[in-house]
Design a protein around this ligand. Structure first.
Ligand SMILES: NC(=O)c1ccc[n+]([C@@H]2O[C@H](COP(=O)([O-])OP(=O)(O)OC[C@H]3O[C@@H](n4cnc5c(N)ncnc54)[C@H](OP(=O)(O)O)[C@@H]3O)[C@@H](O)[C@H]2O)c1
Length: 318
């Protein structure tokens, strides 16, 4: 199939491009500021998604069978710092893309987030009532509604949760930012009372490509890992996985949030009905930890500071 990936330089989009190529799909990657380097891509384009004409041109030039929207302003603090700009990517671009994929008859996999929920219920099904607490969550919910309204029958909205993984830039995922903080002697506050169901980006990418290949599956689905873990537990487990000191991590609680700031406490996603329909299996947190890799600069620091150099085998990716 011919697959177009928006946000291909991001944590998830890069993993989707890798899986798509491995499964022998013709893959075109769209990035913005961080050029993507991956052998085997059909086309690579740099595009500002705020330019609607350019987005339309690329869809009509490429005429793909399927499109993955992994582009977003995905960090809540960045959304808060410029909500109007984020709205253009998170909502306006998503709506335009849904109209275009509907027009050319392509399947659209639109990525959304567990942050559409308020974290007050014990668990969330894809039919549960959203109630976002953050501007990021509000924009992602609005995007879901626009995509489902304008995308026709051939749309999947796939909500996921905090992603582990190996980003193209070596800067985007939790283990990368934690080890970078430790390298520069900084402390990182992680909540002991905020629980998420972490997922590895490559596992989510497998599901996305499987959803493209399975044309009969559409609608809203959830995907994540198998366990609920606090942010603090995640951080400690990551440092221990590399046998690194954990003293860069400071235990914090929601009581320390600035006045007026709310964050969902606990987001457990029910993965059925999707889980029972697909071949890809969700991973537990331990399996995700084993797949974490270190960029060259992180590896140099790891070698000097780990108690157990055998805890990680550096892989050279060609
Ligand atoms: N990361 C998580 O923990 C998490 C959790 C749940 C859901 N999600 C969802 O998963 C999806 C992917 O997230 P991610 O963490 O992989 O995001 P990310 O690493 O922040 O990547 C964002 C991507 O969007 C692109 N982009 C941003 N602004 C753009 C613009 N103006 N024009 C063109 N491209 C632009 C970036 O391009 P450049 O880098 O080239 O500028 C990058 O490729 C998002 O929908 C997010 O809401 C993420």
């Amino acid at each position: 199939m011919k697959i177009l990936v928006f946000g291909a330089s991001g944590l998830l989009g890069y993993a989707v491009s890798q899986v798509s190529l491995r499964r022998n799909h013709k893959t075109t990657a769209i990035y913005h500021r961080n050029p993507i380097k991956l052998q085997g891509l059909e086309q690579i384009h740099s595009l500002d998604l705020m330019e609607e004409d350019a987005v339309q041109r690329i869809l009509f030039d490429e005429w793909p069978d399927a499109v993955v929207n992994a582009a977003a302003i995905s960090q809540p603090d960045l959304v808060d710092s410029d909500p109007q700009k984020s709205f253009k990517i998170n909502v306006s671009f998503s709506k335009k893309l849904a109209q275009l994929t509907n027009h050319i008859g392509a399947k659209l996999i639109h990525i959304s987030t567990d942050m559409v929920f308020d974290g007050e219920d014990p668990e969330y099904r894809s039919t549960s009532m959203p109630n976002p607490l953050t501007t990021y969550g509000q924009q992602k919910l609005l995007a879901e509604k626009e995509v489902l309204k304008h995308g026709g029958q051939n749309v999947v909205v796939l909500r996921s949760t905090i992603l582990n993984g190996n980003s193209m830039t070596g800067q985007r995922s939790l283990h990368e930012s934690l080890i970078r903080a430790a390298m520069s002697g900084k402390k990182v506050n992680l909540f002991t009372d905020e629980f998420r169901q972490p997922c590895h980006a490559s596992n989510l990418a497998e599901i996305i490509v499987e959803l493209i290949e399975r044309s009969q599956l559409h609608g809203i689905f959830h995907w994540g890992g198998t366990e609920l873990v606090s942010r603090y537990q995640m951080g400690i487990a990551i440092m221990k996985r590399f046998a690194l000191p954990t003293d860069c991590i400071v235990a914090s609680t929601h009581k320390n949030l600035p006045p007026g700031i709310k964050r969902p406490k606990s987001l457990r996603l029910i993965l059925d009905p999707l889980m029972s329909k697909v071949k890809t299996k969700p991973q537990n947190f331990y399996e995700q930890l084993q797949e974490l890799e270190l960029n060259w600069d992180l590896y140099q620091w790891f070698k000097k500071n780990t108690r157990d150099p055998e805890s990680y085998v550096f892989k050279i990716v060609l």
